[in-house]
Design a protein around this ligand. Sequence first.
Ligand SMILES: Cc1ncc(COP(=O)(O)O)c(C=O)c1O
Length: 401
Amino acid sequence: MDILKLRNDFPVLRENKELAYLDNAAMALKPDCVINAVNNYYEHYGVNVHRGVYQLSYEATDMYEEARNTIASFINASFEEVVFTRGASQSLNLVASSYGLHNINPGDEVITTELEHHSSNMPWFNVCKVKGATLKYVPLDSEGRITVDAFKSVLSNKTKVVAITYVSNVMGYVTPIKEIIKLAHEVGAIVSLDGAQAVPHMNVDVKDLDCDFLSFSGHKLCGPTGIGVLYGKKELLDNMEPIEFGGDMADTVTKTSQTYKATPYKFEAGTPIIAGAIGLAEACKYLKNIGLDNIAKYEKSLRDKAVSLLKEIDGVTIYNPNAETGIIAFNIDGVHPHDAASVFDDHKVCIRAGHHCAQLITAWLNTIGTVRASFYFYNTEEDIKKFIEGVKAAKDFFSQF
Ligand SMILES: Cc1ncc(COP(=O)(O)O)c(C=O)c1O
């Protein structure tokens, strides 16, 4: 990978040469090709899809549906298994509200974990409350990881759904998901996988994983905001009820009955996120061209270098020294994470601080929040240098008080 050449694809990096952007777990920057694809749609089309009976609309429809094809092949899914949503949160909620509310019954069990983003576990908390089911948590090991043995300890014949993250947005751990999916299927449970932190950073193949649902957001993989994907196995989507009703998803509507289009359209009520889908497809092509394996390897090498330098600084607690992805969770002892983040900002280092919409793991770590640095393929050793200077500056500044 020619990192300097890749960096030049990003207007924000071209315009802010001093910036160390280390908030990639929250959102990735956008390359020219994605911005151009979105602009191209607005400049040269800007019309609705599916419903227009004229050439411009036919062409826009082709672009929109071709985007679905590209995204499907990015995760090795079929065209009709890719539902466009507003983002991972909406995808995860769709599974809970459609599959969950119709298939979970009193006495059933849903398994989740303390490593979940709120968008993954909260919808199932609600389903369990409404349906009289039990939400069970996989006990984490001493490092805060999900293990296969711990998963087995909560799995039973009562388990109907496993709502679980592929990569934790706080700890950066990769869940041993293939084994977990296999075990879940053995008891007849389905698995709703939160891929928001996985799909942008590693090869994800839904057929190989055999997951039932996979949710992710476009904006974390260099795509536009406001677009996300729900992958679902066709036989599951076929049997699920829509949760939003209206334009474009309807087949036949009379005063006494209504029928819906086939999946994925029955889940896409209203004017779709046309520019978002087109931009996301461009982002998928861009990442595929770089190579997801290259990206994963490079990010890991950056985080390992950063962690070894961080370890040399006294008074820093690293919560995930052995994580396998580009996320570092840490605190400067005695310094509130938000205070630390503002010193980083003074040093032109963008990082995240707080509970990262994952209060369960924050409580498990017995802290009020963490500082999170997260790498992507366009980060450099220079960014690490600035990051370490930021840590030292924050530590020095707050040691006065
Ligand atoms: C693991 C994980 N799941 C779900 C989400 C929700 O994504 P979005 O806010 O794009 O819907 C995030 C966002 O940070 C995340 O990190």
